[in-house]
Design a protein around this ligand. Structure first.
Ligand code: ZN
Length: 231
């Protein structure tokens, strides 16, 4: 069985910290008991120890949960939103369109699409900064590119396919793109090797997914950071 890491990333801002996604929480397996949630555990078994969570790793670096001011949510799969409840002061940057689309589905459909609303804090909506409200800037590489209001050198970019409304963060000054699940491994775009069938099962739009892979392939000098990459 192949192991995939479910990572999240810490970005230092001039006045605090932002997370790119949250990873899984320590109580993942307890929350996911019972039907239909156990289906997710069956398809994607999760092995997480308390010391592996984002929160524990930040504490080791002497960063408190309260110091996380923002969490950018690339998309709503459980491995990206699972630990949002660990960060009480964070504002959440996400696509309102994507969230509204998922909220309308039945619980079974949500879980079969990898979305588990139980992981959202009760005040989730009141802490939102919607991507749709951000200032759009012209950019030749990314068709949809918006600027973060609190960090003018960080851009939100559209990376559709894996989910309909997946977004990444582009840091041109660091030559880095946080590309979430646009690919599972680098070989998906460097060698045109498509992912395992489970990866494609959790893919909303295979055609758009391939188009996003082409985009990643074209970014020759950009460091592309994937959530599930090996490096
Ligand atoms: Zn995903």
């Amino acid at each position: 069985m192949k192991k995939f890491y479910a990572r999240c990333f810490l970005i230092s801002l001039s006045d605090g910290y932002m997370l790119f996604d949250s990873g899984y929480p320590a109580d993942f397996n307890a929350v996911m008991s019972g039907w239909p949630h156990a289906l997710y555990k069956y398809l994607l078994p999760v092995n997480i120890k308390p010391q592996d969570t984002c929160l524990s790793q930040l504490e080791k670096e002497n960063i408190k949960a309260e110091e996380i001011k923002y969490i950018f949510i690339s998309h709503f799969h459980a491995d990206h939103i699972g630990a949002l409840r660990d960060f009480p002061n964070a504002k959440f940057i996400y696509s309102k369109r994507e969230y509204t689309r998922l909220k309308k589905l039945s619980v079974f459909k949500q879980v079969s699409k990898g979305f588990v609303s139980k992981f959202l804090p009760d005040d989730f909506e009141s802490r939102a900064i919607y991507i749709e409200d951000l200032q759009v800037v012209h950019n030749e590489i990314f068709p949809v590119c918006c600027v973060l209001p609190f960090a003018k050198d960080i851009f939100v970019v559209s990376l559709p396919g894996h989910t309909t409304g997946q977004f990444g963060l582009w840091l041109p000054h660091e030559n880095t793109l946080f590309a979430a699940d646009s690919a599972w491994t680098k070989e998906n775009f460097t060698e045109d090797a498509l992912p395992h069938w489970i990866g494609l099962h959790f893919c909303d739009d295979v055609k758009a997914f391939r188009k996003t892979l082409e985009l990643l392939k074209s970014l020759k000098n950009t460091r592309i950071i994937l959530t599930h990459g090996d490096e």
